[in-house]
Design a protein around this ligand. Sequence first.
Ligand code: GDG
Length: 464
Amino acid sequence: MTVRSSFVVVANRLPVDEITTSEGRQWRPSPGGLVTALHPVLAQYRGTWVGWSGGVGEAPEPFDLEGIRLHPVPLSADELERYYEGQSNATIWPLYHDAVETPVFKRRWREAYRTVNARFAEAAAEVAAEGATVWVQDYQLQLVPAMLRELRPDLRIGFFLHIPFPPIELFMQMPLRAEVLRGLLGADLVGFQQRLAAQNFVRLARHLLGLRYEGQTIIVDGRRVKAGAFPISIDVAEMERMAADPQVQARAKQIRAELGDPKTVVLGVDRLDYTKGIERRLKAFRELLADGKLSVPDAVMVQVATPSRERVEHYQALRVKVEREVGRINGEFGRVGVPAVHYLHQSYSRSELAALYCAADVMMVTPLRDGMNLVAKEYVASRADTGGALVLSEFAGAATELRQAFLCNPHDPDGVKDALLRAVHVDKVEARRRMRIMQRHLRAHDVGQWARSFLNELGVPEAT
Ligand code: GDG
């Protein structure tokens, strides 16, 4: 019998990974910001999380893990290719990120997106109790709110978009545009990372569907749909704890030693994604070496580029470009035993990342467009010693909050070089002052506060 919940989260992925142990197949929680933020609410309301389990073919039976009910939705290999890699990651992802790569439009991808969104909506309708709250997450599931409302008009529905919402001119390119907009308008509350994104959405509703709005509220068939900005954050206390761990501190020292104890360690940590501006950052570093403003071995760079979406063409092409640039820099400026750039196309544990953050004098976060960018917030939270300096793109959502970073326009190579040099040479007192202000901000705006403020606006009683 299906267990029905008064609080349901719907996201592309379940917050678990399947592992094979000596006892057979098992589930292991995959800790992420979203599950940390939602765990208290899910636990209080005996909530259910609806999502894809990560394997193709038949879905596993629903199961409980750490107090949360998990309800897997199946995807076939074809759907994975069309709905996920295609429509989600080769159409919508680039389009919503200022088309920094050319979006690819394909009919069969759109059809699969519709089919899979309908499946998620049906699963949510099945597990939601009468009058329940359902919180739908992100760009893979934009049709779900309207589909779900059609099936279950009794529900309270929220939607949060983790990535930017583009200006009208760009959104209008999408063949599925009206359907996506109507899909989102099925929610009672549509949340974005930025105020500008919420404004884009409200204006689009008028432009494309001729809908009336009052402030940030759109009127749809007499129903009121609110749009708003809810900038996401991280579990600040957990990040601070991890960074303060003596083992992490010792590992940070060891990393610096392994790098040859340079004066300046410059760090980048990103999924290998073309929105993250990895090439621009490498180019800025190369030009500073060529200009003689930085030199090896005094300054070295570490770039972690976590493998991501490897079957999507844009990503394969990016990998080639990044690796060519790394090769060029090391060829020109490295020495035997001392590369200029340590490039790591690998995934690391959370504690290894924390150690890298603690080891870095300058953190470079230079996306061409980013909904928020949690790496920037993690770096700031991990520097309780108030050491370090953050170079941050103005095009990351995080730049709205982290005003004391060395802000730059990633499209302007001289601007990036200038910000990097200022961060390298900032005096300690000034660097500390900047870090302290940003840390204070983050402590008051962590991921728990993010979830609470969204759910309060949606009218869900506060979780205890
Ligand atoms: C989307 C939006 C928005 C990275 N490498 C490893 C690893 N990571 C972790 C980081 C960070 C997370 O992944 C990446 O988060 P970002 O925010 O930087 O970027 P997206 O993945 O693009 O996320 C973004 C976010 O949604 C939330 O709303 O901020 O704008 O694009 O937490 O630490 N974690 C581990 N190993 C790695 O190698 N364990």
